[in-house]
Design a protein around this ligand. Structure first.
Ligand code: 6PG
Length: 244
């Protein structure tokens, strides 16, 4: 039975950044206190970068025992890790280079390799870390909302939307003319917390459709995200969510 999404609307972008960083830090402290570790999957794109940078600042970073953190990625563009389009590079430059997170605790998707092999390797890495066969419960999976309703690299009309068995798949994205590797809805929906960070007037109509429009996940993949036993959070600024 899915829980009601928790929607938090911040007055402006700056307060969304502060609030979202606080949210992530609180989830980390909570998970480490409860289970001794925090497993988080980061979102890509532009919206989360200043949030990660705020999380790296002392007031948040020193509250977290980074040796007990496992950092994953919800999806990746199939490029070299030094490429400007790399989600790993974005997270490294905003957060990972500034906190004492052991290198072996950073689990990046190898975007520079064959997409099918990279997806399989990532699935095996998740299995290895969680020592589980069933989809593991990440403590927090962060997501963004694309202008066309995609999230992670789950794009409208693509085969990855119908995936029920795999946790991570390769996906050729016609509109991007490029390959991506992405976590699937079954894995994302097994998480304890899933948080969308959405910012700007340009996302307002899409957010309204995803939250209040008819259920059409093949057109609006973000609607697929309904954590089975976990909590769904929407952290948005007033420009994106004020009209909700
Ligand atoms: C990616 C992301 C993608 C992103 C949305 C929103 O690799 O691009 O995982 O799903 O979250 O496209 O991107 P913005 O935050 O840049 O609007």
């Amino acid at each position: 039975m899915t829980t009601q999404p928790e929607i938090t609307i911040f007055p402006d972008k700056e307060q969304l950044i502060t609030g979202a960083a606080e949210f992530m830090a609180a989830r980390a402290v909570e998970a480490i206190a409860a289970r001794g570790r925090w497993s988080v999957a980061l979102a890509g794109g532009g919206t989360p970068k200043p949030i990660y940078a705020r999380l790296a600042e002392a007031d948040h970073a020193r509250r977290i025992d980074w040796t007990r953190v496992d950092c994953f990625f919800g999806d990746e563009r199939c490029v070299h890790p030094d490429d400007a389009r790399s989600n790993y590079r974005m997270a490294r430059e905003a957060l990972l280079d500034f906190v004492p997170l052991p290198a072996e605790n950073v689990h990046r998707i190898r975007g520079e390799e064959d997409p099918a092999l990279a997806a399989l390797a990532y699935e095996l890495e998740i299995q290895r870390l969680f020592r589980r066969a069933a989809p593991p419960a990440f403590d927090l999976i962060c997501l963004g909302l694309g202008d066309n309703g995609h999230t992670a690299s789950l794009f409208p009309g693509t085969a990855s939307l119908r995936e029920q068995a795999r946790w991570v798949v390769p996906q050729y994205v016609e509109v991007m003319q490029s390959w991506r590797v992405t976590m699937t809805a079954p894995l994302i929906n097994a998480a304890r917390h899933v948080a969308f960070f959405v910012e700007g007037a340009g996302k307002a109509e899409m957010l309204r459709r995803v939250l209040h429009g008819p259920y059409e996940p093949d057109v609006l993949p973000a609607q697929l995200i309904q954590p089975a036993g976990g909590q769904l959070h929407w952290l948005v600024d007033a420009a994106a969510g004020g009209g909700q």
